[in-house]
Ligand binder design. Structure first.
Ligand code: ADP
Length: 596
């Protein structure tokens, strides 16, 4: 707060300016009038003393016989005290007192001065009369011989009283004027400082952030101009703040809606800001911001790189693999140093390439798997062909056996390549568009499939139980591809069900879907493998699959692909040693839903 307000200071200054000169003037005037008065009285007393001196020779010469009546009448007429003092200082006449009882007056200052300078005066308290008197003395000579001193005295009590009255009046006027001046001063300075006070209050509001405050000053002077200037400044500031707020909002919208996580680090590696993605991905809670180092997300690589980036003042880029919860993520992290308000910060942008990385990994695995799957039959074909070429081909049985192996392996390769080609074709959007979709009666089509698969069932001495709850179920699909779904699934059921196992196929429908269940009592699939069986080249038991014909891990991925192509869904449930169940559902064709 301010130590002294402008109004108080202005009041005090103006009071000093008005009252002090007034006071000095008054004191001087009173003193001046007093002195003038005394001077007048002194010169009149001097004249009177001289008159008394002129007629008082006789008193000095004939002290005892002189008639004092003349002096008495002068004293009575003028009101003066007349004293005659002889050359030895003795009082020979006094109009107010008995001379016998009066002491020697030689040392009285006015008498001393009169003897030395020809005239002397003094104001003293008269012990004799017990009053303040003005004494004036002149020497009395007779033909050059000093006879004594003639002294006149006047009671100055009335003069002093009038002087005191005058002083009291002046003091009274002075105090009255002071009070009036203070009151007027306060009113005037208030008038002058009120707008300033109002401006101070408004300025305080602006400082506290209320930028809508405007100063309303109508003094038609510099203050009004100053208020208008401050108003303009405030408006400009408000506009600038709104602009920067809008920019900050846009920026934060961009940051929050971009795919990349963005984290701001200070020079100590503490997280100072994070966008929505960063908070979601790295679980950055508000208590982490400005308190924890970036290491809290589970990697020290970032803080080290950020440190280097700050030291070298150069952009950096790293690939970061980090485990977040149960999943491993891969990011390309860009680091950029920047300085704001003399503080260095590093902005880290996390570009999530996990999906790209997974696709690349999958592609690599796919290529490796495909190469592996193709190389196995090729090695076999090459080996047996070499054996045949090296031999003399006389043993027809052996030759036939080898040729059979070469043929089987070629079939397996062909099956694999065919499936791969089909998958590749189905992945192409153009090809998908060319696939002819018609309304097919599923029960009818399934009958045909069963006929196709029967020889295989017989070969493995397996039975197929069919349960068709309805005669006709129509769905929209491509007949050939629809067949392939069930052939693949039934072939798998045969493949993974030991001899004399049971395989069943049921078909039903509900309000919206056609539902097909293919169940076997085969080896089953381990729980851990179940989520992956629709992946390409995935096999739950590779050693066992090796012994089967056509075991390539492509069949189920193709099945899933085709089911989804016809807007259907497929689920697998299984228990090791008990069997596997595949449930498929397709949306019913609208105009056939009512048919039962
Ligand atoms: P494959 O040509 O190896 O059979 P699939 O894609 O058809 O390839 O099947 C993938 C894997 O799923 C198989 O290797 C097998 O381990 C498992 N599998 C598929 N169907 C069954 C089933 N009916 N019973 C047990 N395991 C199955």
């Amino acid at each position: 707060m301010l130590k002294s307000s402008i109004s108080r200071r202005l009041t005090i200054y103006s009071l000093f300016l008005i009252i002090l000169p007034l006071l000095i003037c008054s004191i001087y005037m009173v003193d001046y009038f007093y002195k003038i008065n005394i001077q007048d009285k002194t010169s009149s007393l001097e004249n009177q003393a001289k008159t008394v001196a002129a007629i008082s020779h006789i008193y000095f010469q004939e002290e005892d016989n002189a008639d004092a009546s003349l002096l008495q009448s002068i004293s009575a007429d003028t009101g003066l005290r007349i004293t005659l003092v002889n050359a030895s200082g003795e009082v020979i006449y006094d109009s107010s007192h008995d001379t016998e009882s009066m002491d020697n007056h030689e040392t009285r200052p006015e008498i001393q001065n009169a003897l030395q300078a020809g005239t002397g005066s003094s104001i003293r308290y008269s012990d004799t009369l017990q009053k303040n008197l003005l004494y004036v003395a002149v020497p009395v000579y007779d033909n050059g011989t000093l006879l004594g001193v003639s002294r006149t005295a006047l009671n100055i009590a009335p003069l002093e009283k009038s002087y005191d009255d005058m002083r009291n009046n002046i003091l009274f006027i002075f105090f009255a004027v002071t009070i009036i001046a203070i009151s007027i001063g306060i009113i005037l300075t208030r008038r002058f400082t009120n707008p300033i006070r109002q401006m101070t209050v408004d300025a305080q509001k602006i400082i506290n952030g209320d930028l809508n405050t405007r100063m309303r000053i109508n003094t038609a002077d510099e203050l009004e101009f100053l208020a208008a200037a401050i108003n303009k400044l405030t408006s400009r500031l408000l506009r600038k703040i709104n602009d920067s707020r809008a920019k900050a909002h846009t920026l934060s919208l961009i940051l929050d809606n971009m795919d990349n996580a963005v984290i701001l680090l200070n020079e100590n590696g503490l997280i100072t800001e994070a966008n929505k993605q960063a908070k979601d991905i790295f679980k950055i809670t508000p208590n982490i911001i400005k308190t924890y180092s970036i290491n809290c997300i589970g990697s020290t690589v970032i803080s080290n790189t950020a440190k280097n980036c700050a030291q070298e003042n150069k952009n950096k880029k790293i690939t970061l693999r980090i485990k977040l919860g149960n999943t491993e993520k891969t990011f390309i992290v860009f680091f950029a140093p920047f300085t704001s308000e003399a503080k260095q910060s590093i902005v880290c942008v996390f570009h999530d390439i996990s999906l790209m990385q997974e696709i690349t990994d999958r592609q690599n695995i796919f290529v490796a798997n495909a190469a592996h799957e193709l190389s196995t039959p090729l090695t076999s074909i090459k080996g047996f062909s070499e054996t045949l070429l090296d031999g003399d081909l006389t043993e027809a049985e052996t030759t036939r056996h080898f040729l059979k192996i070469i043929y089987d392996e070629s079939c397996r390769m062909q099956y694999l390549v065919k499936n791969l080609l089909q998958l590749a074709k189905l992945n192409s959007t153009d090809y998908k568009k060319q696939i002819a979709m018609t309304n097919i009666n599923c029960t009818e089509t399934l009958e045909k499939i069963i006929k196709t698969i029967t020889p295989l069932l017989n070969q493995n001495k397996q039975s197929l139980e069919t349960t068709f709850m309805v005669k006709e179920i129509f769905i929209k699909a491509n007949p050939e591809l629809f067949k392939q779904i069930f052939i693949n699934l039934l072939e798998n059921a045969v493949k993974y069900t030991p001899g004399k196992g049971k395989i069943s196929l049921s078909c039903s429908k509900n309000e919206e879907n056609a539902i097909f269940i293919i169940k076997d009592t085969g080896v089953g699939i381990a729980k851990a493998d179940l989520p992956f069986i629709f992946d390409r080249f995935y096999r739950s038991d590779k050693s066992r699959a090796r012994q089967d014909i056509g075991g390539s891990g492509i069949g189920l991925s193709l099945v899933k692909f085709l089911v989804e192509l016809f807007s259907g869904r497929i689920f697998a449930s299984s228990e090791l040693g008990v069997g596997t169940t595949f449930t498929i559902s397709f949306p019913l064709q609208k105009n056939t839903i009512a048919k039962k």
